[in-house]
Design a protein around this ligand. Structure first.
Ligand code: 2IT
Length: 446
């Protein structure tokens, strides 16, 4: 970003948010992308929309004490950043992972506000979580942690106030424990969380939504170049809540997924992860939280430490976490012949990686557009809870597909209208900013 531009949009941002590199970089990236809007609509600058949009409406941090199985008292730090409510109740996931800190949660909450704007549903932006590692804990420990976490969070959330969901480290088990404690504390059965079990207020397709949506979005992007997933080779990283269901959908569309990865390394299976292997991968993650090394041992394929991005592929789908594709990885992807990168995770690609991919003609789909399927189906879960009904699988899948298609169209049209044809990153930020910015303008100085 140029110096003149920086001073135009920064307005003390870095000074007020020291020690928060993830947050500053998420905002800088978005502000750079929306420059053409500011040139055409100086009223946003006059109303100081940028400074207001980069300041969370409320940030909650709290102590989460719990007792482990040995009787020792442990303490974690809980967060909920309620970023923007101009479009609806605060909405966004909870992440339990040792890397969680205020900077990451603010970055994710800021992104979530823009993402949610793209869904066209009435959803504000938020994110939360704790620096807690559920992996390696017993069910009892996870339950006691969730109950303690909710003992504080419950006073801040509600179906029309703030509706958390899952994210990394928060799946069906954790949502169950959190919901049980919430209901006990408020004495009301209501939709204050999404990702609930199908038998108690959950929606069809919610577990699959982010992965399926990612594939639907990417298929639309490929179609703009006359391509489809049929016969394409796909490199995938995380194989959990997002990656596994993407894997499933990709197989059904005739693609061949040749890699999966975890924090330590990746496997390369040139025959594709299909048939029985899919069940193995399912159990590896959802039952055992095991290492991909086990896959390599079971099917006698290559295991290597490090990321999977140097493997020859047509499409790369980072589905693990933030910061998993840097400039060196982007170079590897270009050299490996990759033609499209779509973010299933939030903020997996660094700014210089994104620039490099774009400069080398690789289609790039940003997470706030490509992975919005999860929160979109959360929005549908809220609608079903509000009317005390449950839609069929086909109905939810149809709406998910429609939503991804509409986000794709919105992003492309905004990119075209503001002078960046085909640039999904700029298009998504511009479309989201216009939706959120205009709502804030209409609602006055609040
Ligand atoms: O990053 C995300 O969009 C999510 N973790 C889902 C949020 C939600 O409220 O469903």
């Amino acid at each position: 970003m140029s110096l003149a531009l920086r001073s135009r949009v920064d307005d003390g941002l870095s000074g007020r948010n020291q020690g928060e590199p993830e947050f500053l970089s998420a905002v800088a990236e978005a502000w750079e992308n929306i420059q053409p809007v500011l040139d055409r609509h100086p009223e946003f600058l006059a109303a100081n929309i940028l400074q207001r949009m980069a300041e969370p409406e409320r940030q909650i941090m709290f102590r989460v004490p719990w007792t482990d199985d040995s009787g020792a008292v442990r303490v974690n730090r809980g967060f909920r950043v309620e970023f923007n409510s101009a479009l609806g109740p605060y909405k966004g996931g909870l992440r339990f992972h040792p890397s969680v800190n205020l900077s990451i949660i603010k970055a994710l909450a800021f992104e979530q506000g823009l993402k949610n704007a793209l869904t066209g549903l009435s959803l504000g932006g938020a994110k939360g979580g704790a620096d807690f590692q559920p992996r390696g804990c017993s069910d009892g420990e996870v339950m006691r942690f969730c109950q303690s976490f909710m003992a504080e969070l419950f006073r801040h959330i509600g179906p029309s106030t703030d509706v958390p969901a899952g994210d990394i480290g928060v799946g069906a088990r954790e949502i169950g424990f959190l919901f049980g404690q919430y209901k006990r504390l408020v004495n009301r059965f209501e939709g204050s969380l999404t990702g609930k079990g199908l038998g108690w207020g959950g929606s069809q397709i919610r577990p699959q939504a982010t992965g399926y949506g990612l594939v639907y979005f990417t298929a639309e992007a490929l179609a703009t170049r006359g391509l489809s997933f049929e016969g394409k080779v796909v490199a995938l990283s995380g194989f959990g809540n997002v990656g596994f269901y993407a894997l499933e959908k990709l197989n059904s569309l005739g693609a061949s997924v040749v890699t999966i990865a975890d924090e330590d390394g990746h496997i390369h299976d040139p025959d594709g992860i299909r048939g029985d292997k899919l069940r193995f991968v399912h159990d590896l993650w959802f039952k055992r939280r095991g290492s991909v090394r086990e896959y390599a041992e079971e099917y006698r394929v290559l295991y290597e430490p490090g990321r999977p991005w140097a493997v020859p592929c047509d499409v790369a789908l980072p589905t693990a976490t933030q910061g998993e594709i840097d400039l060196a990885d982007a170079r590897n992807l270009v050299d490996a012949g990759c033609l499209c990168v779509a973010e299933g995770a939030n903020l997996p690609c660094s700014s210089d990686a994104i620039r490099y991919l774009r400069e080398h003609g690789v289609m790039f789909a940003p997470g706030k557009a490509a992975n919005a399927g999860g929160v979109a189906v959360s929005g549908l879960e809220m609608a079903q809870n509000g009317s005390r009904c449950q839609w069929t699988r086909e109905e939810v899948d149809r709406r998910l597909k429609e939503t991804m298609s509409s986000i794709h169209k919105l992003s492309l049209e905004a990119a075209e209208a503001y002078g960046w044809p085909g640039d999904y990153a700029k298009g998504a930020d511009i479309a989201a900013f216009l939706k959120l910015g205009n709502a804030m303008m209409d609602q006055g100085v609040v």
